[in-house]
Design a protein around this ligand. Structure first.
Ligand SMILES: NC(=O)c1ccc[n+]([C@@H]2O[C@H](COP(=O)([O-])OP(=O)(O)OC[C@H]3O[C@@H](n4cnc5c(N)ncnc54)[C@H](OP(=O)(O)O)[C@@H]3O)[C@@H](O)[C@H]2O)c1
Length: 274
């Protein structure tokens, strides 16, 4: 019997590539998106587009009902939806701060909470959280994105214990920079931080263009999709995996160096020495 997959934020980038690759490999894929019309071009008999807003519990429940009416189960959940707030801590507003965690952390938890009972009753499941190499590494202007992805790492670690007895595997994927729609559509900037009168204007002018350039020049989403397919197939897949050049450069370095030595390397690399 085919495995049933639910993937969030599937209208572009890593989510879309993964949805397509899994459908091509015989999985029945439900591609969740806030705007189903963005997937009108997809023609694959295994891929179904589903309206899904992970900030709304009702939307999640409705989407899951649509799947279970037909299949009675969800085998694989890929928590992919996410965006990046670019703001200093001093200049952020309440709404921006809350929204970042509402999508990247609470949205992921809402969908996971709704899917767990189905996996538990079925005594099988795989949950893959798309985190970031910035889930283990801090950068200025990205405190909120960083901390949301650090939270995703913590969620993965805790859930692995909580769900193991039900034969549910939980993993995180830490991509480096990927050339998706992320820089174009999903970096939200705080207007004060990006104002020329901001006390952080010099830092912004040094770092922000580099980050955008590195995302746009990053790896191809198909690499992340291939890795996710491998993780699903491999019952012994590691708890967390990296994919992409920046992740394979920085994550091993982060493990090997002291906090201070690592910070020195990042300061040099991103020209953060003032
Ligand atoms: N690109 C990178 O360099 C990079 C690096 C590390 C980690 N990541 C992570 O990889 C995941 C996928 O990103 P991507 O690179 O593929 O970027 P993308 O092409 O911009 O896709 C991001 C997806 O997230 C969903 N999303 C964005 N804002 C949302 C919001 N406010 N509420 C609900 N959903 C929202 C969107 O889903 P819908 O519009 O379909 O609803 C969108 O399809 C994200 O979690 C991101 O943090 C990306």
């Amino acid at each position: 019997m085919s495995k049933i997959v639910l993937i969030t934020g599937a209208s572009s980038g890593i989510g879309k590539r993964t949805a397509l690759l899994l459908a091509e490999n015989g999985y029945v894929v439900y591609a969740g998106t806030r705007d189903p019309s963005r997937l009108n071009d997809i023609k694959n008999k295994n891929l179904y587009v589903l309206a899904l807003d992970i900030t709304q519990t009702e939307s999640i429940i409705t989407a899951i009902k649509k799947i279970t009416q037909l299949h009675k189960k969800i085998d694989i959940l890929i928590n992919n939806a996410g965006y990046g707030l670019v703001s200093t801590v001093e200049e952020v507003n309440e709404e921006e701060m809350y929204a970042q965690f509402n999508v990247n952390v609470f949205g992921l938890l809402r969908v996971t909470k709704a899917v767990i009972p189905l996996m538990r009753e079925n005594r099988w499941g795989v949950i893959i959280n798309i985190s970031s190499f910035l889930g283990k590494i801090g950068l200025p202007l990205l405190t909120f994105y960083n901390s949301s992805k650090y939270a995703v790492e913590g969620i993965t670690d805790s859930l692995r214990y909580e769900l193991r007895d039900f034969n549910i595997r939980v993993h995180s994927v830490m991509p480096g920079f990927f050339n998706t729609n992320f820089a174009k559509d999903n970096l939200r900037i705080n207007s004060q931080t990006f104002n020329e009168n901001s006390p952080y204007a010099e830092l912004v002018s040094r770092l922000a263009p580099t980050i955008v350039e590195q995302i746009n020049g990053g790896n191809d989403a198909s690499e992340a999709a291939a890795l996710i397919l491998d993780m699903i197939r491999d019952e012994n897949s590691p708890a967390r995996v990296t994919v992409g050049d920046k992740a394979s450069k920085f994550i091993p370095m982060r493990r090997e160096l002291s906090d201070e030595d690592f910070e020195r390397r990042v300061r040099e690399y991103y020209n953060l020495n003032g």
